[in-house]
Ligand binder design. Sequence first.
Ligand SMILES: [Zn+2]
Ligand SMILES: [Zn+2]
Length: 432
Amino acid sequence: MKWCCALTPVLLAAAALPARAEVLPDVDSRIESVTPRVVAWRRDIHQHPELGNQEVRTAKLVAAHLKRLGFDEVRTGVAHTGVVGVLKGKRPGGVLALRADMDALPIREVTGLPFASKVVVDVNGTPTPVMHACGHDAHTAILMGAAEVLAGMRDRIAGTILFVFQPAEEGVAGQEAGAQLMLKEGAFSPIKPDAIFGLHVEPGRVGEIDARPGPMLSSATGISIKLKGRQTHAGRPWEGTDLVNLSADIVKSLNTIAARQVNVFEYPNVVSIGALRAGNRSNILSGEATLDGTIRTFDLARRDDLKARIRTTVAGLAAGYEAQADVNFEDVALVTGNDPALLDLVMPALKAAAPKGVNTDALMRGAAEDFSFYQAEVPGLYYILGSTPPGIPIEKAPTNHSDSFDIDEAVLPIGVKAHVLTALKFLDSRAK
Ligand SMILES: [Zn+2]
Ligand SMILES: [Zn+2]
């Protein structure tokens, strides 16, 4: 119960922070009045999480809200369940997109919150619990709040704002999904934005925003290695191909590529094998093995170099064992970061939204975001809102994707303010 009642003073305090020069006189009061509903939306969405490409209820909530606000256009069913809203200002100017993701994860929630998820869905015959363990419930509610504030300020808006509510940021195995599919299905057409802004909640000081210039979140590339050889008795390995040993050699050698063969002072990189399957009995050496992993780095030329080195290393090791190796890669996300000029431009707005300041020295993160695909089309801004719940040391706060992940709801009005102020700042710079 402490979550539902004790937060109200904190929320009001955060929403009523003293206006600075960048804050228009009525923005704070508009945010203050929408905050109780942003909290209610977040809790409602949290209690009814939906997996990627299945965000039917959430999308309906979003679309109904945008229509009620009198948006100029509300497109639904983009990339399965995505919603794109168009809000035109009363003055001519540029176009900005604001993006939120709506999907949840296959995790059984153990937060004990009064609005914790009890949802279990069928995934290919397997009962699967679902939880908003990455804070996308907060992102959706925050952007709905920003939509309401900005819809009430059309006189003040120079240009057009696209509100992009996308499904399946976390990806869906075997299905096209997320930002890439949104783009394919015309999220940026016929109105192409000049820039796109997005945010994410993460453990950290509430009131602080992390936004470094240049790369911020890594690229992510899936590695799939399939090995084939001659199956044999584990007591007579010389009569077959020992794919267990070959797999072990591959795992160790791939770590060596990331640590010893490329300049780690230039860009951090990680090559990890997360799944290894080779046989199912102690006394059989299997004729097949598979290894699945991921490449994370902060430069696409570096990513391609790592791919080439992985191919060469696996081929060389497989040849030594007389095994066949098939190596495939799938680019799941590009590098997410901040266009330095764009970050400079909106920095006063971010500072006005972040009572504890903007940390531009924030560390790069090994997490990845499909937001990067939008950034391949138009310049982007991506920042992180510290959101550790009160009473928990930040370093002990359960991370995103933990079954105990939670946020301090005081971050919600901060997110609304960040969206509103950065949007106005950007569009003012493009006013005609
Ligand atoms: Zn996530
Ligand atoms: Zn996320």
